[in-house]
Design a protein around this ligand. Sequence first.
Ligand code: ATP
Ligand code: MG
Ligand code: FE
Length: 336
Amino acid sequence: LNILAIESSCDETAAAVVHNGREVLSNIISSQIDLHKLYGGVVPEIASRKHIEKINQVIEEALKEADVTLDDIDVVGVTYGPGLVGALLVGVAEAKAIAFARNLPLVGVHHIEGHISANYIEHPDLEPPFLCLVASGGHTHLVCVREYGKYEILGRTRDDAAGEAYDKVARAIGLGYPGGPKIDRISKEGNPDAVKFPKAHIEGAEYDFSFSGLKSAVLNYINGCKMKGESFDPADIAASFQKAVVEVLVENSMKAVEDYGMYKFAIAGGVASNTALRAAMKQACEEKGVKFYHPSPVYCTDNAAMIGAAAFYEYLSGTRHGWDLNAVPNLKLGER
Ligand code: ATP
Ligand code: MG
Ligand code: FE
């Protein structure tokens, strides 16, 4: 069963052809990063316009690279939320048009379900139940995947997402957008114990996260240095900030692994490509005898292959959307 999957929730226009949910025949991503970095972040109106310009070309390329035509496609899958409404609408309208014209079933997918499902692509042995930490630009969720398509959110961030904190700290130390990969790189030259930044643990909600206090502490530290006329080493700050983020993500995740008696643990979302987080999670899981899963970096950040993987299991469980499918910018995980 071949799925044509489309993703346009933020600033990547992406299309993929995925066979039986786990075999990626093509995965085309057109990123708008160069446009948005002029503004230090994603500008929604520019994102929508660029998606419209790119989407047909990206889909054509995905079909070509997979060496198929629309005749070989069985299902159309598309992200319909959460995300930027104008950006989502481009993918949703395109998916509806193709499905209607070709008389194909249409399956709308939750973007975070896509991020989680990215783990299925390279791990044929991974099946629910398992725990998954989703850490991306807009989400930090600790999720129990009970069955395919059945999610229980154990914890979430109370304020900033982990990726958002990376991006804001990167901007403050002058690294530019998007900050995550840059902090990852420069941290390797810094001392993670140079500055002790606070780690937030929330009383009575031990799986929840909070990153805004940490972000403010970093900003205050930098401003303090500037006021005193002292210089600071961006690599040390990046490494110290990253250490605090990674420790909290690992601690809360391992607490959940223990409490839920899970022996399979996965990470997902853009921050899951972070080298320090991967290394720390791998070690923590090994110590507990828990099997650790993570997607390759290209499947961590936004892509359509992950949407194809999620759409496959949604399709198998009977999910079908009608021609009235709409973009839902604040769609909740597990909603239909
Ligand atoms: P969401 O999925 O929550 O809607 P999004 O789609 O914008 O948000 P993703 O594409 O999953 O987010 O991930 C982008 C985020 O991941 C950005 O915040 C980016 O800084 C962060 N990121 C990417 N690579 C790394 C890295 N190596 N280390 C840390 N953060 C990273
Ligand atoms: Mg993006
Ligand atoms: Fe994403």
